[in-house]
Ligand binder design. Structure first.
Ligand code: SAH
Length: 448
């Protein structure tokens, strides 16, 4: 009989009773040296012990399968054997070779569940687990999983963050987190529930500055927008306390939604309820603007991509400007109802189809109008790039809302803007769009 035995994170008293019983009865125990050394005191003293190295997992499986025909064989695996462990490897081998073998898996305490309480409780509900090891998975797939998890606003737990040969992946992952979620708190636990435990709370920038501190015995917990950080505790509340109570804020949201009829007010109230739960950690005007974006997109992950710089000046700028320069008609169509006293100039209508894009040549044409006025770019990264160039040459608007969207140049253009210390609101990363831009500008207009 073959058993795949999860031995937990390290300390003996975190082994399950079932694992202990099976290990005591085993005729043969196979595993990586570091795992075997943790259970030597438990294993049946007469059992044959077969040590093997990292990278020899398939060989280990083959031997275990062969010996299990007439012996009780234990294949030990750290933590839980089904999470980045031996179970799937065994099954794959059996299926590929059409071997009909009965085996039993003994679950173990995985690194996530042993490290999570050491930090407080960063994982309390929905989360994603991503491994940075590209030994078996191409980096492109790892990157896609990580980005999807960040966009879904999950708390992201990172296994296999680094190894002596593979520090680059950690650095690349931190850059992605920075881009899609910002410099958020990251809980780090090294050697949870075993010798040499270290617990600290860091962030992507700090981790990149000291890549060596995170090693292959470390697990990382990337906060989401709900996670709170307080004197070394990382907690993602489950949001129950606020679910049914509506604050004063509800009124303001309903007012700014523009709802007039009874039916529309009921709908706005219901949206406000959802928004209130999602916005527990924010306050002030930023919260108000976020509410508008949340209701406009119905996408909670939007909250983690909004960046505000010198927000009071942005509010003053929209109040005092005479002109609003936008990139496309769609932005104008969305804002003119609330901006009746302003002149709205559309770059795409003025541009010429020459060597640049329509909008960027339009922005260039409008340089005299842009100076000290308000600019809102909802669609075209090239418009924002052009604007940044104008700013570098001395044409400075009073404030900017920038949510251009796309996979090609949006990130580059927003990076250019981030380097300029101007009053702005920007959607980080490739996401954004005219509707988001409109939601932000309308929120600003209703504050003014
Ligand atoms: N099957 C194991 C995971 C194996 S992958 C489990 O369920 O826990 C190996 C990775 O798990 C390591 O690189 C590290 O990121 C994480 N890990 C395993 N044990 C750990 C521990 N005690 N403390 C912190 N991280 C651990």
């Amino acid at each position: 009989m073959l058993y795949v035995v999860g031995i937990g994170p390290g300390k003996e008293d975190l082994l399950t009773l079932r694992a202990v019983r099976i290990l005591k009865e085993a005729d043969v125990v196979l595993g990586h040296r570091s795992y075997l050394s943790r259970v030597l005191d438990i294993i049946n003293p007469n059992a044959e012990i077969i040590e093997s190295r990292m990278g020899k997992e398939l060989e280990r499986v083959k031997i275990a399968v062969k010996l299990s025909k007439n012996k009780k064989v234990c294949l030990v695996s750290g933590g839980d054997p089904s999470i980045y462990g031996m179970t799937s490897l065994l099954l794959e081998y059996l299926m590929k070779n059409k071997i009909n073998l009965k085996f039993e898996v003994i679950p173990g305490v995985t690194a996530l569940s042993s490290a999570n309480p050491l930090l407080g409780c960063p994982v309390s509900g929905d989360h994603c687990v991503v491994s940075l090891s590209d030994l078996l998975t191409p980096w492109e797939c790892i990157e896609r999983s990580l980005i999807s998890a960040l966009l879904g606003d999950f708390v992201v737990v990172i296994y296999n963050p680094s190894s002596k040969r593979r520090k680059k992946n950690l650095e690349k992952a931190m850059k992605i987190i920075l881009r899609f979620r910002g410099n958020v708190p990251i809980g780090c636990v090294k050697n949870a529930e075993r010798e040499g435990t270290e617990i600290w709370i860091s962030n992507p920038i700090e981790i990149m500055e000291n890549l060596d501190r995170v090693d292959m015995h470390t697990i990382l917990f990337v906060s989401n927008y709900e996670t709170v950080f307080d004197s070394n505790i990382l907690l993602t509340p489950r949001g129950y306390s606020n679910k049914y109570s509506i604050s004063e804020n509800e009124k303001r949201v309903i007012e700014s939604s523009g709802a007039k009829t009874k039916e529309a007010i009921t709908i706005a109230k219901s949206s406000a309820k959802v928004a209130e739960v999602l916005l527990q950690n924010f306050d002030g005007v930023e919260k108000f603007i976020m509410e508008r974006c949340l209701v406009a997109t119905a996408d909670p992950s939007i909250l983690s991509i909004l960046k505000f710089n010198r927000i009071e000046e942005v509010i003053n700028a929209i109040k005092n400007c005479k002109k609003i320069i936008v990139d496309v008609e769609m932005v104008k169509a969305g804002i003119y109802g609330r901006a009746k006293d302003k002149e709205i100039l559309v770059a795409s209508k003025l541009g010429k189809n020459e060597e640049k894009t329509l909008v960027s040549s339009g922005i260039d044409k409008l340089k005299n109008d842009i100076k000290s006025q308000f600019v809102a770019i909802g669609n075209a990264p090239s418009a924002l790039e052009e604007l940044c160039k104008l700013i570098e040459n001395g044409t400075t608007p009073s404030a900017i809302v920038a949510t251009p969207v796309g996979f090609t140049n949006a990130v580059k253009a927003k990076d250019m803007l981030s380097e300029l210390d101007l009053p702005y609101i920007v959607s980080k990363g490739p996401r954004g769009g005219s509707n988001l831009c409109v939601a932000i500008v309308n929120a600003l207009l209703s504050l003014g």
